[in-house]
Design a protein around this ligand. Structure first.
Ligand SMILES: [Zn+2]
Length: 221
């Protein structure tokens, strides 16, 4: 494997991305390295990367790109549930694993949440973005196995993998957030829905199309 790769990086808010040559990251013991085959593009990226919105950009220069799909190229020494060659979509949602919401089993409500390759929701989301600093506009990215969604032609396992369960939970939470963003009332954790109103259903629609485009493109490569 080559030691370097190309990565589209944001050097300055509101300015065009630059294609830089950087070192291929080494996955941590519990992470994997994914060779990116496709990545979504959503119109809202221009606004997000303008630096003029409420979101928190990753430390610059930042490798960007949301909703990547590809093939696992390397696994960390402690990874057992996935293997080199697996075709996967990388769920970009990053959660801290230690806040009360994460410990209660609701990582979608994480108080330090971020989207890998995109932005953080809170000032202290930076740690998640530093742990996974590469976005899908790079030739390789690192990710935790829990965020991987396996793609065909793999035969479905008789016993669901942890990553498949995680994907279903994610979809359920995204649906709930769409409802919150559309103005629906929730009796659960109402304060935590406040920031969800930053979203509009159309933006979630853009994300859905972005993810779908990445998956479909990966399946044809
Ligand atoms: Zn958390």
């Amino acid at each position: 494997m080559a030691a370097s790769m190309r990565s589209a990086r944001l050097h300055e808010p509101g300015q065009p991305l630059r294609i830089d040559t950087v070192e291929i990251p080494e996955p941590r013991p519990r992470d994997v390295l994914v060779r990116v085959k496709a990545c979504g593009i959503i119109p809202n990226m221009n606004a997000i990367f303008s630096g003029r919105l409420w979101n928190h950009l990753p430390p610059l220069p930042a490798s960007v790109g949301l909703d990547a799909a590809g093939v696992i190229a390397k696994v960390g020494s402690e990874v057992t549930d996935v293997a080199v060659g697996d075709r996967v979509y990388v769920n970009p949602w990053l959660s801290c694993g230690t806040c009360p919401y994460c410990r209660a089993g609701d990582p979608m409500l994480c108080s330090a949440a971020a989207f890998q390759g995109y932005f953080g929701f809170f000032p202290h989301s930076t740690r998640q973005l530093l742990d996974y600093p590469f976005g899908g506009f790079s030739e390789y990215i690192t990710a935790s196995p829990q965020r991987l969604v396996h793609l065909p032609p793999q035969r479905p396992s008789s016993k669901p993998r942890a990553s498949d369960i995680s994907a279903r939970r994610t979809l359920r939470c995204v649906s709930a957030r769409c409802a919150a963003a559309a103005g629906s009332r929730s009796t659960e954790l109402p304060a935590r829905w406040e920031w969800a109103r930053h979203y509009s259903p159309s933006q979630w629609g853009q994300r859905a199309f972005s993810a779908l485009a990445a998956i479909v493109t990966c399946l044809h490569n």
